[in-house]
Design a protein around this ligand. Structure first.
Ligand SMILES: [Zn+2]
Length: 182
């Protein structure tokens, strides 16, 4: 079995783009605005279901509140390739609403928790995230992954009854709904 790491990414320069610029960059996608969060319309229903589910957890609730009230826009763009990551340069979360994760210890996580994980990356000061993301960590690849996984991801997983991780790995599998993990 291939081991997949949710989110391996990319870049450094934080340069907010307008929805129109993201639109051009991502082939004429259209967005629905949730405060400062711009959600691709094609996945808005899945996003709303995931947000509603994640808001049962206090840390995820704070993360959504932060991003929706932020002075900088964050984009959420869908895909069907098991690709969950946060693109620092465009402040864009890429999310597959049907991609669940089997952890290396046999537990499972919903696509919604994958979205929450990426939003926690987005909800971090750029300079601190840059420092942590470039600092190696033997168990979690880097200190930014450790921060997100040990912190918010584990907190939400416990609240929601999902599996927790002790590394940055897992195997993806497909589910019918963004909140399913079996
Ligand atoms: Zn991550």
């Amino acid at each position: 079995m291939i081991t997949v790491r949710r989110d391996t990414t990319i870049s450094r320069i934080s340069q907010p783009l307008t929805p129109i610029a993201v639109d051009r960059a991502s082939q004429a996608r259209t967005f629905a605005q949730h405060g400062s969060l711009f959600v691709e319309r094609a996945i808005e229903g899945d996003f709303i279901a995931a947000e509603s589910y994640l808001r049962a957890d206090s840390v995820m609730r704070r993360t959504f509140d932060d991003l929706e009230n932020a002075s900088t826009a964050t984009y959420v763009i869908g895909n069907h390739r098991n690709d969950d990551h946060f693109d620092f340069e465009h402040r864009a979360v890429t999310w597959d609403p049907h991609s669940a994760l089997r952890t290396t210890t046999g537990g499972a996580q919903s696509p919604a928790l994958g979205l929450g994980h990426e939003l926690v990356h987005a909800d971090e000061a750029a300079d601190k995230r840059e420092y942590l993301a470039t600092t190696f960590d033997a168990a979690y690849d880097d200190k930014e992954e450790r921060r997100v996984i040990v912190g918010a991801e584990t907190h939400a997983a416990r609240t929601l009854g999902e599996g927790t991780r002790h590394d940055h790995s897992g195997r993806v599998f497909t589910v019918d709904s963004p909140t399913a993990f079996a």
